[in-house]
Each structure stands twice: as structure tokens, then as C-alpha cells.
Design a protein around this ligand. Structure first.
Ligand code: PGA
Length: 249
């Protein structure tokens, strides 16, 4: 399986022309360095409003997959301000990030909402990237595994029997490491990876893939792959062209 590098642009950049330029430079780089794609899948998750234009300007879908940072759980109807996974599928998107800690903390998304979204995404045979991670105080109090267990148990409720052939990506993103410049040490992340695999294998007969996210940069990116992660979820560093291209290399 190819390693998957997911760029989470969050609410950046501030205008379409910058988004378009950043996207094109990554695309051009991959075109000129196509051997990178033998071992890696590159996914860019821009803000919703940029998706149509980026899909249009994309010359081929073989270089970059465009993904989304969130979606709603219903397909259509009176849900002001929401975007359905079906609308995203219409743009041929495959990947959707769900349960990012910024949405959990700032927008008060809970595990039940995230679970509904996850089921909606899987129902459409799309690929969810479910984010889980502990806060600083959870880690300090030794509650990391307990928090992850809860997020996974509730977030993945009712999926075991229905979605046997689905691809489910779990992004371990310790909240304290996100945007802090203080990444989780690869040995610590490896401990969590072992826990996640053991826990999920004991509960589900599904195939999971694991990403690490939280202050990933071009210096530390490889370390997470070396300890066994299937990919990376990159925030800040994915907005810096040079830095992101180095990560891809
Ligand atoms: P960061 O963000 O790389 O800026 O820490 C990662 C994320 O929030 O997905």
C-alpha cells in the first residue's frame, strides 16, 4: 500500500488565486517527479469554496487527489451552511477528514455527530479520515489511551458489519502537538500506533490505515513512517510550498 500524505489546508489561504497557485506548484512538482507517486498518494484538502476551481484546473486526477476537511451527515435538505458528502462525491472526491480536533473543540462536534458523518461517508463508498487525539492534560494524567478508546468506540459505532470492504483511515493527532511546533516524539507516537492497532483489531474485522498528524515538517516526516504509520496529515507545513515538496520527497 502506498504511503498517503494528506495536506489539511484548514481555513487557508485567503483567496482563490493563492490556492490555485499553491495547488499548481504541487501538481507541477509531482508531474516532474512522478516516481514519488509509485510509493505515495498525495491528497490536498482545501476549503470547500476552492474545490470546484481546483477540480476544474486539475489536468489529471493521477497526481493529486482532492479531499474535504469536513461534511454533514445528511444527503440533502434544510441544513443551512452544511455540505453533504454526496455533493463532494459529485466532484469525484474520495477522502474526507472527520472529527478534526479544531472542529471538536471550537465547533463542539461530538463523537455521535462524527459517527453519523462517518457512516454517511462510508455509505457513499468514500474514504473517511477519522481524527483522534488526546489533549495535553489527558496525556499528563495518563489518560491518553482512555480518551482514544472513547473516541474510537463512539466514532466507529455500528460500522463493523455494514462496511466490511471499506477503507478507513485513522489519524492520530495529539491535540497538544497540532500547530504547536512541538510534535509528538516518534517513539511516543509508535506506542499509540501499537495501542490503536491492538484495540481496533480486537473490536473490528476491518482494515484500518494509520496516519500521524501534529507539527509534521520536512525534518520529522520520515520518522513517523519509519515507526510504522501509513501516512501523514500535514497542516501548517502543507501551506509552505518548499516545505511541503520536501515532505513529499
Ligand atoms: P499542523 O496541523 O501540521 O499544523 O500541526 C495538523 C492538523 O491539524 O491536521
Amino acid at each position: 500500500m502506498k504511503k498517503i500524505i494528506v495536506a489539511n489546508w484548514k481555513m487557508n489561504p485567503s483567496n482563490l488565486s493563492q490556492a490555485s497557485e499553491l495547488f499548481s506548484s504541487v501538481e507541477k512538482f509531482l508531474k516532474n517527479n512522478s516516481k514519488i507517486l509509485k510509493h505515495k498518494e498525495v491528497v490536498i484538502c482545501p476549503p470547500f469554496v476552492f474545490i470546484p476551481q481546483l477540480c476544474l484546473q486539475q489536468k489529471t486526477r493521477n497526481l493529486i487527489k482532492i479531499g474535504a476537511q469536513n461534511c454533514f451527515w445528511e444527503e440533502i435538505g434544510p441544513f443551512t451552511g452544511e455540505i453533504s458528502p454526496k455533493m463532494l462525491k459529485d466532484f469525484k472526491l474520495e477522502y474526507i477528514i472527520l472529527g478534526h480536533s479544531e472542529r471538536r473543540l471550537i465547533l463542539k462536534e461530538d463523537d455521535q455527530m462524527i459517527n453519523k458523518k462517518l457512516q454517511a461517508v462510508l455509505n457513499l463508498k468514500m474514504k473517511p479520515i477519522l481524527c483522534v487525539g488526546e489533549k495535553k492534560e489527558d496525556r499528563q494524567k495518563g489518560r491518553t489511551f482512555e480518551v482514544l478508546k472513547k473516541q474510537l468506540t463512539e466514532g466507529l459505532k455500528q460500522i463493523s458489519t455494514t462496511f466490511q470492504k471499506s477503507k478507513i483511515f485513522i489519524a492520530y493527532e495529539p491535540v497538544w502537538a497540532i500547530g504547536s511546533g512541538n510534535p509528538c516524539q516518534p517513539v511516543q507516537a509508535k506506542e499509540v500506533l501499537f495501542f490503536l492497532k491492538k484495540f481496533l483489531n480486537s473490536k473490528f474485522s476491518l482494515k484500518f490505515y494509520f496516519l500521524y498528524g501534529g507539527s509534521v515538517n520536512s525534518d520529522n516526516a520520515q520518522n513517523y513512517i519509519k515507526v510504522g504509520f501509513d501516512g501523514l496529515l500535514v497542516g501548517g507545513a502543507s501551506l509552505n510550498k518548499e516545505e511541503f515538496l520536501k515532505i513529499l520527497q
